[in-house]
Ligand binder design. Structure first.
Ligand SMILES: *Cc1c(COP(=O)(O)O)cnc(C)c1O
Length: 373
């Protein structure tokens, strides 16, 4: 098999989704599987759906188109505000999108009318992360505007926490989001079906025993894929953290002294390297580099420590276990390393599954009111 190679265990993705869906269901919260870290890989998306996700979400229209071409028909939410230059593609591939700009919503509405359809709008509210979001005091105005615009349907509101700047959300933050849902309804009528409470960063809150309020959806990527809490990096109880592993091949192993360059330039100094107590280490090179992944986001086996990486080389150090040339080292990945490895053309993606691939659940996308996202 070729290396570097990302080995993807679809059963673990499916099981992680199932565990989260089953824990959130009693709280009245559905799971939208977020596929952006895996570039909308259709088989991984299908594993999320067969694990019980009620829909999918991605930040890039090309990823959504890839899933559609693979026959995935469930509701898909565009979670990045659509580009004006892509509104036609967003309307034709996604049931709904997250939005913060009235001008873009107007353009989506026009595209939907041209395509003879309606496009769902989730209004994202700024709740402290300072990435995307409408300021809470402006929410009802924009919501009213959406309800009066043919071609778009106000499907709900959402918020994002702990992605750019903010901390994990508190119970107060989430109660404030519920109040905003009530306030929007009071102004616009009973339109707020979906209250999408955030990402994997909100799981700690969502799985707690306090009231879930109006929040009835989470958009989960990292927790499903890597089994970790993005805020702390700590594994979430009961989830697989090794659904993705990266295999890299050893191409050099040598015992190198820090004095090696001096030995070459000055024979007199070479004697120094024979003095006991000098720091001799076994260094190896793995044939993988910054073009393939975020090297700083890799997790190494216990006996192997990361020294550094360049575009095509990754240098590690070992003690008492020199790595054999041609052997493979198994690496685990954080979110950033996964994101880069999935997008890298020279990293082979190898899928395994403990059961034959299930088709994506075919929630209809023809109806005017598709299933809850
Ligand atoms: C990426 C993203 C998510 C998913 O985040 P995870 O930490 O992977 O769960 C959810 N919502 C929005 C708007 C996002 O951009």
């Amino acid at each position: 098999m070729t290396a570097p190679r990302l080995e993807i265990d679809l059963s673990k993705v499916r099981q992680n989704t199932r565990v989260l869906v089953d824990r959130l269901d009693p709280r009245g919260i559905t799971v939208t599987g977020v596929t952006k870290a895996v570039c909308g890989h259709p088989d991984i998306a299908k594993a999320m759906l067969s694990g019980g996700a009620t829909g999918l979400a991605d930040a890039r229209v090309a990823n959504v188109e890839r899933m559609r071409q693979a026959g995935i028909t469930c509701p898909v939410l565009m979670i990045r505000t659509p580009m004006l230059s892509q509104v036609e593609r967003v309307v034709s591939s996604c049931e709904a999108s997250c939005n913060t700009e009235a001008g873009i919503i107007a353009s989506l509405a026009a595209a939907a009318l041209r395509q003879g359809t309606n496009h769902g709008i989730i209004l994202m509210v700024e709740m402290g992360d300072l990435r995307e979001g409408i300021m809470p005091e402006d929410l009802t105005d924009i919501a009213l505007q959406v309800t009066r615009t043919p071609g778009v349907l106000l499907r709900g509101i959402g918020a994002n926490f702990a992605c750019l700047a903010g901390p994990a959300p508190t119970a107060e933050d989430m109660a404030a989001l519920s109040s905003l849902a009530d306030a929007t309804e009071a102004e616009c009528g009973p339109f707020v079906d979906v209250v999408s409470g955030g990402s994997s960063a909100n799981l700690r809150w969502a799985l707690d025993t306090g009231p879930a309020g109006r929040v009835n959806n989470l958009r989960l990527g990292e927790a499903i894929l890597l089994g970790t809490d993005p805020v702390s990096g700590i594994p979430i109880n009961g989830l697989h953290t090794d659904a993705f592993v990266l295999q890299a091949e050893v191409i050099e192993t040598k015992t190198k002294s820090k004095l090696a360059p001096l030995k070459l330039s000055d024979p007199a100094l070479s004697a120094l390297s024979l003095v006991p107590g000098n720091h001799w280490k076994t260094r190896s090179i793995l044939a993988i580099g910054l073009q393939d992944t975020d090297a700083a986001g890799l997790i190494f086996p216990a006996a192997v420590s990361y020294i550094g990486a360049t575009s095509d080389h990754l240098v590690v150090e070992t003690t008492n276990c020199p790595l054999r040339i041609g052997s493979e080292i198994t690496l685990r990945l954080n979110y950033s390393a996964l994101l880069h490895a999935m997008a890298a053309p020279d990293v082979e993606k190898v899928l395994c599954d403990d059961r034959p691939s299930a088709d994506g659940r075919s929630a209809s996308r023809n109806g005017r009111h598709p299933a809850l996202l």
